[in-house]
Design a protein. Structure first.
Length: 285
């Protein structure tokens, strides 16, 4: 028997390639207003405030003058840029083509970056003023407390009550983003899952898609405050995503390196447009 036959043995490697568990793309981008911009900062909207009607002062009296309040929100971009290389000899020795899969991984990362920008802007200080020199902090009036409890129907009701008390239109699209713990909390609430309380089906394929006027979004990227999860509820017109350059994942051949370059780029920023259209709900983990 030849002792050299082992040199003819082949090595088999899988052609199946899977991405590890991760959030795929952005989950919140479609839930906020968006626009395109250029320059170092931009104004997504100029705002006109509330005026009060004045009773006529008497016969032939001059019309009184009222000051119409103006406000301005600013959005500032953050630039994301990164890359990786794939040597050409490596592609020749692989049973699967890595370029497109790398690009998909980069696109997922950029989508998560978009969500992080939006999540940060929910309760961050918003840049205001004629030239962007002012700021508006998140107010305690927009927070639902009782953090010793998880997510409850009562908290959702209080959030919607806060919107209505501020005269946020019922025609708005309302959203609520929460982590898996809070979704599980709601799954145990009889008012959510029982047909006795709902004319429409709330559970779809075992998932809660919406309830009490809110469209639910799931994210494990939400921040915490004192160890409590910050669940956010908002009207779509109350949040804004500005895009200086939308996400790109170009694949380029670099002759000087004899390698493929897969890159990811994104230039964007988010801001809260109206304080009264965002509510923070503190929930125990």
């Amino acid at each position: 028997m030849s002792t050299q036959i082992t040199t003819a043995r082949s090595q088999e490697f899988t052609t199946r390639v899977e991405h590890l568990v991760q959030q795929v793309g952005s989950r919140l981008r479609e839930c906020v207003e968006t626009g395109s911009h250029t320059g170092k900062q931009a104004v997504p909207v100029d705002q006109i405030g509330t005026v009060t009607a004045v009773v006529k002062q008497g016969r032939h009296a001059d019309l009184p003058t009222v000051e119409v309040p103006h406000a301005r929100r600013w959005v500032l971009p953050t630039t994301y840029q990164f890359r990786d290389f794939i040597d050409n000899p490596d592609t020749l020795r692989m049973l699967w083509e890595p370029n497109n899969r790398y690009a998909r991984a980069f696109a997922n990362a950029l989508g998560r970056a978009v969500d992080d920008e939006i999540i940060t802007a929910f309760d961050a200080s918003s840049t205001t003023g004629e030239a962007g020199s002012g700021s508006e902090s998140f107010a305690s009036s927009q927070e639902i407390g009782t953090a010793t409890l998880g997510m409850t129907v009562t908290k959702l009701r209080q959030a919607m009550e806060t919107f209505r008390a501020a005269e946020v239109s019922d025609d708005e699209e309302f959203y609520c983003v929460m982590a898996s713990d809070q979704i599980e909390d709601l799954m145990s609430e009889t008012q959510v899952v029982s047909f006795d309380y709902n004319s429409n089906k709330v559970l779809v394929d075992g998932k809660i898609t919406g309830f009490m006027g809110f469209n639910f979004k799931h994210s494990e990227r939400l921040g915490t405050s004192g160890g409590d999860r910050k669940v956010m509820a908002w009207a779509k017109s109350g949040m804004y995503l500005g895009l200086w350059e939308d996400m790109k994942t170009p694949i380029d051949w670099l002759p000087e390196k004899q390698s493929w370059q897969v890159a990811g780029t994104l230039d964007c920023g988010a801001t809260r447009l109206e304080l009264q259209k965002v509510v923070r709900l503190l929930c125990s983990e």
